[in-house]
Design a protein around this ligand. Sequence first.
Ligand code: NAD
Ligand code: IPM
Ligand code: MN
Length: 365
Amino acid sequence: MPGVPLRSGGPAARIAVIPGDGIGPEVTPQAVKVLKAVAAPAKLAIEFVEFDWSADKYLREGVSLPPGAVEMLRDEFDAILFGALGDPRVPSNQHAADILLGLRFKLDLYVNARPVELLHHRLTPLRDRTEKDIRLMVFRENTEGLYVGVGGFFKKGTPDEIAVQEDVNSRKGVERIIRYAFEYARKNGLKRVCMSDKSNAMTFAHDLWQRVFRQVRQEYADVDSRHLYIDALAMEIVRDPSQFDVIVTCNLFGDIISDLGAQLAGGLGLAPSGNIHPGKTSLFEPVHGSAPNIAGKGIANPLGSVLTSAMMLEFLGWKTETAALRAAVRAALRESCVTPDLGGNKRTAEVGDWLAAKSVEALTV
Ligand code: NAD
Ligand code: IPM
Ligand code: MN
């Protein structure tokens, strides 16, 4: 999918690398390896600085997102390459909330761009669907909604317990993500934007989404816009994914629909994402989590992380190198140089090595 906005466009960049937990530290080094491989011949000066923020550090030192980290990332780095966070030893998921949600909120990364793109027809579980049918962008609102952590318990641990989780939606927050979706469609010659909510049941929060959508769409008469309730969208995206170019939705629904979309295009091992504030330090991560069920086995699929780093290169303005990475991933799928989740027998690092060589080749043709 084209078109994440530029950060710098210059020949140098500083990247903060946060591998995290589980398969994060297995797949992220593959992406870094591929990035280093293309940077050298292209004479790009990419500096990588790694941070060990993870469940291990949290359990060892009680530190999740260290003091000053947000300001440091904001002022000293162009982008953040992130692996995954989540560890069975931290059932509260507190460190992930502090680090991942903390960075999304505190860096104000309001656009969560999650492309769903079928790169090889054999990868979709849908019958008779090919690459041309599955190519859409999900824009997930990334700084508000049910994720803000406003709420509490009353009479916790008693039979009368009450738990409250507030859904926070600001006019500014809703408007900027809807507007972003329309702008993206217009800039990339895409004709169709679908806004999805649950305004038939969530009559306050999503009434706001309805009103903002009706207002903003008037400014984009050149784009076909429609609305679907999220339950209907979940059904339609499976029935006929070819009807969608751009989907825009709230934080929680975007989380769910992007996993569904990922599976339509071959699974979580392949899905990239960008947490973006145009022009500011932004964070790029695969859609998948830390996958404790396969962590430590050396079989995690690194393609999601490599496609994520391609999104990051695009954000940095390096078009040729972005194209080279994507060409290498397509070649890996074509030639079945893939891990077991995609039916292959390669190990994580083997795929990474292969992609590094192939990306350099793609750069020179
Ligand atoms: P998950 O994405 O980690 O795993 C879901 C399934 O997909 C598992 O079967 C896993 O083996 C498979 N899978 C995921 N990525 C893969 C890859 N690269 N290669 C091969 N198979 C892959 O989701 P989950 O199991 O629900 O969550 C595990 C932990 O990750 C939880 O703690 C959760 O909170 C966390 N999580 C973190 C992020 C993030 O950091 N962005 C995203 C999602 C989940
Ligand atoms: C994702 C993840 C996170 C989310 C979790 C780990 C909080 O599922 O990035 O999709 O829900 O945003
Ligand atoms: Mn998710």
